[in-house]
Every structure is written in structure tokens, then in C-alpha cells.
Design a protein around this ligand. Structure first.
Ligand code: GLN
Length: 528
């Protein structure tokens, strides 16, 4: 079959969950046996979100091939299990950079370079890029931002042109919001009508509308929206608030969203897939009652900053028939004196990734407390580095031990990599993406993974300093995962503790609903 293109746009307000809807559509089409990919086009000017503060944009998600991307790519991967690549994440910055590079090279043969057609052509080419390298039945393209934003105009124009060129091979799905006005006791469709009008004024007629709502919408209201917006009645569906985002695909399937998409794109609608494994996950999630209290020691007091870690813990908890109750513990507020009180009642602790000096002393106090009280602890990236520094200070006896990211000392047990030393640009210059790791026979991680060689994704500049490796091993902290080419230490563990493991990589990027990550699974199993 020809590749079909689905464009997902959003209107009225941001944060409606376009990423979850795009991921759900991907899941539903995949469940019907189609080959699907999902990509995000963000209208902001940063080349990638790698240099953005998490307060601005939440977590930075890293693809296997080392692109720093928007956290929605995490949803795409967790829902569908597909591996996205750098082509799946585009921004205005990336697009302009490519156009300007071409202009400098003289590729445009003396033409005046304009938003239309040069920028829009670049957007169109990038929307089609994934499917020119590999066959996909469906390419879902989510456009970031809200309709009407100045910076999204070139993207809308590109979609308008593509829909015209592709005919029945492309549709637009528009996600809007239906607010409930308490004082009037009414649900209001006017914002949706306005949003569709705005879309139409750009030459785009939506094929399918998804209405986000906090209250159930009656059929009559959906029909009213359909007739006001020139959309077929069965092409208006609602996306009500649900207890879990993982129920969204099932709710969309129940309303026939996937069937409507396939029909609109001119394909035969086959039988509705049962989605047994997904349903059984959702049932398990609903039935889990036992609560597991887990602390996230970090400096960003924002749920989205540690999105993939949160989801990885929640998924693993469901498979262990319990609910992960996650407690953010602000590392900036932890001191040696209050650490026992701050971590009281927690069955396990995650020491979170991060950059820079702020909050690291609190992370070190937490690592010391959990190590000396044998509380299961999982250090991720900067978290692993904190475990290593704490061990040097309090076990090896090097009071000035630190990472060279924070201070130059005589005991930089975490040090900058040789090939990072002369880098001055901040964007895209870290050790990024998947690298191999050999696991030590007889170690905990070797049995947790059930494999000798693994690949995991990285996002860091600093490393365990191999000059200290023997001292660590002799004192009980083992280097149990190493990169075979560079000999860099990727995992440390203290075997005599219940669960005290630190990874230089980010295992949270590769958890998915149907394939929870073995490290998170084992961590949960051990704190139950
Ligand atoms: N700041 C540390 C480094 O660059 C850790 C990064 C992280 O936690 N992702 O090595």
C-alpha cells in the first residue's frame, strides 16, 4: 500500500495531550498489522531541546542514534515499542539551519530564499524523509504548538500543500478542547468551532476532530460539532480524562477512531484487533492496590522533568501488581541532618540525572543515607556519579572527591572524557545515544538482564575515572558494566547491599508498555 500520512494538529489551548493521542493512533494502527512511524515537528527555534532547561520543556528524550528530542518521542516509543531516530524529531531551528546551509553552498542557484517555498519545501521533504528510506504504511506527524501561533504558520502551509498533493493519502486530525462552564452548567463548543475556522482559514479542512474534555460529551453535542465544522458525524470522537494514559488507545478504539482513519485514507477496514496484551496491562494497572513509595531525589520540581523515569517505574510496578507512589524529594533541601526525615517511609530511592552544581550535596547525602541504611537505590547518570563520589568521600576516605563538572580537585573520581575536553559548543556535543556495554559474569546486573552484552542510551559528558577503578573494587563497589571499545565504566553496584546500582546510561528511555525495562522491574521486585 502507498504510505499514508496523518497530520495531528492542536487548537484552543496547549497541553491537551497531542503526544498521547498521536502515540495512541500509532498503537491502534500497529495493532492492525500496519508498519507505523510517528514524528514530531516543533515550531520553536532551538535546533533541539537538548539545551533547554527542563522547566521550559520537561525531559529531554534521547533516541538510539543520539538525537536529543522532545519528551513526546518517549510516549511514541513507550506506546508502540518502535525505535525512533533523529529524523523523527524536527524543529524550526533544524529546518532553517538546513536551508541556510544550502543557501551558503549555492544550492539555490541565486534565487531569493523565502519561507514559501524554501522553508515549506524543506518541511515537506522532512515529513516524507522517513518513508523514503524505509517503507511505512502510516507516517503520523504531530505538529507542536497550537493552531494560530505565528511560528507554526510555515508548518500549516506545508501540510496544506501536502494534503493537496497527496489526495486520499493524507488526512488532518485536529485536537481541540471543550470546556465545561460550571456557573452556566454547560459544555461549550465555541472554542472548537473557532479553532476549526482558524484551520480552515489556512486552507486545511480537518477530516477528524478529537475533543478533549473533562466531562462526558453526549452524542448530540458531537453531532453539533460535526455539522458546524464540515466533518462526518462518526469522525468526531471525544477524549475524556481517564485514570491512566494507557487507557486512551482503548477508548479511541471503542469510538472507532482507527476505523475512521483507515476509511478516510481509502483502505479496507478489517476486523478490530483484540489488543490482548495491552488490555491485560490496563486491567493489571486498574487492579493493582498495594502502594509502593519511591523517592525521586532531584532538583527539578516538575513532573515532566523525569517523565521517562516516572513512566518506567509505574510500568514496572504494574507488572509487579502494585502502584508506584512517586515522591519528589528536592535535593536542594536535603542536608545530612534532615536526610533521614526526608527519606522516611520510602521503600526505594532513585537518584536522578542532572547537570551542574545545584542540589548535588543533597544527592550525596541521600546516597550516603541509603547506602548505610541498605535502602534499595538506583542512581541514573548524574545519580550514578553521586554514588561514586559519595563512596570515595566516605569509604575510600577522599574528602575532596568530586566530579570535574563541579570542582577540580585531587580526587576527580568522575572526570571529563578526553574527547570532550576541547568542546566549547553546548548543543549536541555530549556522549549521546546507544552504546554497547559488557556485563561482568556473576554480577547482579548480569543476572537481571539475562544477557552478557546490552546496549543503552547515554546523555552525559563526564565519566567514571578509571584511575580509581581498582580502589573501588577492593573496597566493595564493583564496576560491572563496561563499554568494550572504550573501557568506560557504565555500571557500578555494591553486591553486598540489597540493591545499590548506578548506571551511567539512561535505562528509562527504553522501557515500553509491553516491554518494561529489566532494571526497573528488578528494582521494584526488590522493594516490594
Ligand atoms: N552532568 C553529568 C554529565 O554530564 C550527568 C548528566 C546526566 O545526568 N544526564 O556527565
Amino acid at each position: 500500500m502507498n504510505t499514508k500520512y496523518i497530520f495531528v494538529t492542536g487548537g484552543v489551548v496547549s497541553s491537551l495531550g497531542k503526544g498521547i493521542i498521536s502515540a495512541s493512533i500509532g498503537k491502534l494502527l500497529q495493532a492492525r498489522g500496519y508498519k507505523v512511524t510517528i514524528q514530531k515537528f516543533d515550531p520553536y527555534i532551538n535546533i533541539d531541546p537538548g539545551t533547554l532547561n527542563p522547566y521550559e520543556h520537561g525531559e529531554c528524550y534521547v533516541t538510539v542514534d543520539g538525537m536529543e528530542t522532545d519528551l513526546d518521542l518517549g510516549h511514541y516509543e513507550r506506546f508502540t515499542g518502535i525505535r525512533t531516530t533523529r529524523e523523527n524529531s524536527q524543529t524550526t531551528g533544524k529546518i532553517y539551519q538546513a536551508v541556510i546551509d544550502k543557501e551558503r553552498r549555492g544550492d539555490y542557484l541565486g534565487k531569493t530564499i523565502q519561507v514559501v517555498p524554501h522553508i515549506t519545501n524543506e518541511i515537506k521533504a522532512r515529513i516524507k524523509a522517513n518513508a523514503t528510506r524505509e517503507h511505512f504504511d502510516f507516517v503520523i506527524t504531530e505538529i507542536g504548538g497550537t493552531i494560530g501561533d505565528i511560528e507554526s504558520a510555515p508548518f500549516m502551509e506545508a501540510i496544506r500543500q501536502l494534503r493537496w498533493e497527496m489526495g486520499r493519502n493524507a488526512i488532518n486530525i485536529h485536537l481541540t478542547y471543550v470546556p465545561y462552564l460550571r456557573a452556566a452548567g454547560e459544555l461549550k463548543t465555541k472554542p472548537t468551532q473557532h479553532s476549526v475556522k482558524e484551520l480552515q482559514s489556512m486552507g486545511i479542512q480537518p477530516d477528524i476532530l478529537i475533543l478533549r474534555t473533562e466531562m462526558h460529551l453526549e452524542k448530540g453535542l458531537l453531532q453539533k460539532v460535526a455539522s458546524f465544522c464540515n466533518v462526518e458525524p462518526d469522525c468526531v470522537v471525544q477524549s475524556e480524562d481517564l485514570p491512566s494514559i494507557y487507557e486512551v488507545p482503548l477508548n479511541m478504539q471503542k469510538q472507532g477512531l482507527d476505523a475512521a482513519i483507515i476509511r478516510k485514507l481509502g483502505e479496507e477496514v478489517g476486523p478490530t484487533p483484540e489488543m490482548k496484551a495491552w488490555r491485560s496491562f490496563v486491567d493489571k494497572e486498574k487492579n493493582a492496590t498495594e502502594e509502593l513509595h519511591i523517592g525521586l531525589v532531584g532538583k527539578y520540581d516538575l513532573q515532566d522533568a523525569y517523565k521517562s523515569i516516572r513512566e518506567s517505574l509505574s510500568l514496572a510496578a504494574v507488572y509487579n501488581d502494585c502502584k508506584a507512589k512517586l515522591h519528589f524529594v528536592n535535593s536542594e533541601e536535603i542536608t545530612k541532618d534532615n536526610v533521614s526525615e526526608r527519606l522516611a517511609g520510602l521503600a526505594g530511592v532513585i537518584i536522578c540525572p542532572g547537570f551542574g552544581q545545584r542540589g548535588i550535596e543533597g544527592k550525596l547525602s541521600a546516597a550516603e543515607y541509603t547506602r548505610t541504611h541498605d535502602i534499595p537505590t538506583f542512581g541514573i547518570c548524574l545519580g550514578m556519579q553521586m554514588m561514586v563520589i559519595e563512596f570515595a568521600r566516605n569509604v575510600l576516605g577522599y574528602a575532596d572527591a568530586n566530579s570535574s563538572e563541579m570542582a577540580k580537585t585531587t580526587h576527580n573520581v568522575i572526570d571529563i572524557m578526553e574527547d570532550q575536553k576541547n568542546i566549547t559548543n553546548m548543543g549536541g556535543t555530549m556522549r549521546l545515544g546507544a552504546y554497547g556495554c559488557d556485563l561482568e559474569d556473576g554480577s547482579k546486573v548480569r543476572s537481571i538482564y539475562g544477557a552478557q552484552h546490552i546496549e543503552e542510551r547515554h546523555r552525559h559528558r563526564y565519566e567514571f575515572n578509571n584511575a580509581f577503578r581498582e580502589e573501588y573494587e577492593a573496597a566493595g563497589m564493583k564496576c560491572v558494566g563496561k563499554n568494550p571499545e572504550s573501557d568506560l565504566v557504565e555500571i557500578v553496584e555494591i553486591p553486598e547491599k540489597k540493591w545499590y546500582i548506578g548506571t551511567q546510561f539512561h535505562p528509562e528511555y527504553s522501557s515500553s508498555v509491553l516491554n518494561p525495562h529489566p532494571l526497573f522491574m528488578d528494582f521494584i521486585k526488590n522493594i516490594k
